[in-house]
Design a protein around this ligand. Structure first.
Ligand SMILES: Cc1cc2nc3c(=O)[nH]c(=O)nc-3n(C[C@H](O)[C@H](O)[C@H](O)COP(=O)(O)O)c2cc1C
Length: 347
């Protein structure tokens, strides 16, 4: 399938997840297969335009993640157009607009899910961006603002007319945040109403659920928390789609994933003159004084704690592992915990 001129080898994608889906994590998921698209954590249009270091870090990606979509948030059409140009200049394949984030810090600035309350303004933002760049502009929205305003089908039509190349719908309202369950009927209604590709998002934990959601009209599925629990879910979905049994993931595989993640993070945010990060513009090379960061190990431990809160769900003794990860006092101690839990040979 295609989004604009961008080819996707698989209809299954890693959903954007702030604080979770960094470049290292996305790379590993991609290596395990079945992943047709990765979307970065959302980054601020304002921060991109101002060249803020932290914002640029959130937008970093590597060549092996392609095709890559960088998701931005903001509400001002001119600023969003300028940010889209920066994203294009960073070499991203797609620029995605967040119209679903319910976090007040974002929503109160006329960005994220607030754009769903002002469809005409949201369409103006997309039109400005589509005019400013050649790469596809896509939109990720929710089912609506609240139960009385489930306007995804209307808004989706408007952003399509304004030049969006694809739309993704998380089937919950902003008011729901993450409670209740995703409404895939509304995703199907959006797909019926549009000619551009429509992706659905919400509550796919098992690979079979990903396949079940690929109903007529829906072109692809963005998997969020399911990937954090099981980074093989997209590969397993593709196995099923190919008529094969889903691949078996052993405890040792699961442990190795965490060790590989640590290894990638170890090489990240360090100044080695040969950074594998490709997206940062030459003019925005990080301040050498900042690297290597003395608290780098702590940063990695915190990253593993964040992933651990999802990764340990659904496995035997997962809560025990979660507690152990959260109390690890150093990176070597954390590695020992992971090896002991996943790789210890049963006697
Ligand atoms: C920790 C976390 C962070 C998220 N961050 C973003 C984000 O930055 N941008 C966005 O569009 N959606 C974000 N989402 C929503 C997901 O992309 C996804 O649509 C939602 O979680 C439903 O899918 P799931 O049930 O497969 O997780 C986030 C979700 C979670 C759990």
């Amino acid at each position: 399938m295609k989004i604009g001129s961008v080819d996707l080898a698989s209809p299954f994608a890693v959903a954007p997840m702030a604080g979770m889906t960094d470049t290292a994590f996305r790379r590993l998921v991609k290596r395990h297969g079945g992943c047709g698209l990765v979307v970065t954590e959302m980054v601020s249009a304002e921060g991109l335009v101002r060249g803020i270091d932290r914002t640029l870090e959130y937008a970093e990606y590597t060549e092996e993640e392609r095709p890559v979509s960088i998701q931005i948030f903001g509400g001002d059409p001119d600023k969003m157009a300028a940010a889209a140009q920066i994203v294009e200049g960073m070499g991203a394949d797609i620029v995605d607009v967040n119209m679903g984030c319910p976090v007040p810090k974002i929503a109160k600035h006329n960005a994220g899910c607030s754009l769903m309350r002002e469809p005409a303004h949201a369409a103006t933002v997309i039109a400005a961006m589509a005019k400013a760049v050649k790469i596809p502009v896509t939109v990720k929205m929710r089912a609506g603002w609240n139960d009385d305003e489930r306007n995804a089908p209307v808004l989706a039509r408007m952003v399509e007319d304004a030049g969006a190349a694809a739309v993704a719908v998380h089937g919950r309202t902003a008011a729901q945040s993450y409670s209740g369950s995703a409404d895939w009927e509304i995703v199907a209604r959006v797909a019926d109403a549009l000619t551009i590709p429509v992706f659905g998002s919400g509550d796919c934990i098992e690979p079979e659920q990903v396949i079940a959601r690929m109903r007529a009209g829906i072109e692809g599925v963005l998997v969020g928390r399911g990937v954090l629990r099981n980074p093989w879910i997209l590969a397993q979905a593709r196995d099923i789609a190919a008529g094969l049994p889903p691949r078996v993931v052993t405890m040792a595989d699961r442990g190795q994933f965490l060790l590989d993640y640590i290894e990638l993070l170890r090489n990240e945010r360090v100044r080695d003159g040969e950074s594998r990060i490709l997206s940062r513009p030459e003019s925005q090379v990080l301040n050498p004084d900042l690297r290597p960061d003395p608290s780098h190990d702590r940063w990695i431990v915190n990253k593993l704690r964040a992933l651990g809160s999802w990764y340990t769900k659904g496995i035997d003794n997962g809560s025990h592992l979660r507690t152990a990860i959260n109390s690890a006092i150093s990176l070597p101690a954390l590695i020992e915990i992971i090896e002991g839990f996943f790789m210890a040979t049963p006697v």
